[in-house]
Design a protein around this ligand. Structure first.
Ligand SMILES: CC(C)(COP(=O)(O)OP(=O)(O)OC[C@H]1O[C@@H](n2cnc3c(N)ncnc32)[C@H](O)[C@@H]1OP(=O)(O)O)[C@@H](O)C(=O)NCCC(=O)NCCS
Length: 139
């Protein structure tokens, strides 16, 4: 079930962040984002446990996806697809943008499966390790 997240979900988001990313955001950064009304956080709950989240912000008719992450034990069940489809449904007339590490094939396959189109590469965009970002867009 998809649920809207708020500042009371800080520990849930932190747990997912720490499991899913080699360089997770700090607790302070996540707290700020959860408190920022321009950021929208959606979670996916299974038996009352938040097992995945997506966040994004909207400027006019553009959506920028910040992060999407699913706990290991819950991957390959369509949860990330459901979360992205919910963002599309709630923002029907918007263009959605996101960026991803060039080596992140699970995420790249996910975006391609949802008909995102690759629009550019940002050279050496990521640090630790340095890596290109692939920019995707979906109308
Ligand atoms: C990327 C991620 C969010 C996918 O979540 P998920 O819930 O497992 O994705 P879904 O089950 O909705 O998968 C949809 C499609 O994505 C692709 N995909 C997902 N995981 C994949 C994998 N491990 N290898 C290859 N393709 C994969 C497939 O095309 C899949 O469709 P299929 O199941 O019919 O083959 C998840 O692996 C994750 O949290 N990774 C770590 C965090 C991360 O890298 N986030 C993206 C940052 S930009």
């Amino acid at each position: 079930m998809i649920v809207k997240l708020n500042k009371s979900h800080l520990d849930d988001v932190l747990l997912i962040e720490n499991e899913c990313f080699s360089h997770p955001k700090s607790k302070e950064t996540i707290k700020e984002e959860l408190n920022n009304e321009n950021y929208i956080f959606l979670g996916y709950s299974v038996n009352q446990k938040i097992v995945a989240y997506i966040n994004y912000y909207k400027v006019l008719d553009e959506i920028n996806i910040g992060n999407i992450a699913v706990l290991n034990d819950f991957r390959k069940q369509g949860i990330a697809t459901e979360l992205l489809n919910k963002v599309f449904l709630e923002n029907k007339n918007s263009t959605v943008f996101l960026e991803v590490r060039e080596s992140n094939l699970p995420a790249i396959n996910l975006y391609k499966s949802l008909n995102f189109e690759q629009i550019s590469i940002r050279k050496n965009y990521y640090k630790n390790p340095v890596e290109n970002a692939v920019i995707f867009k979906k109308e």
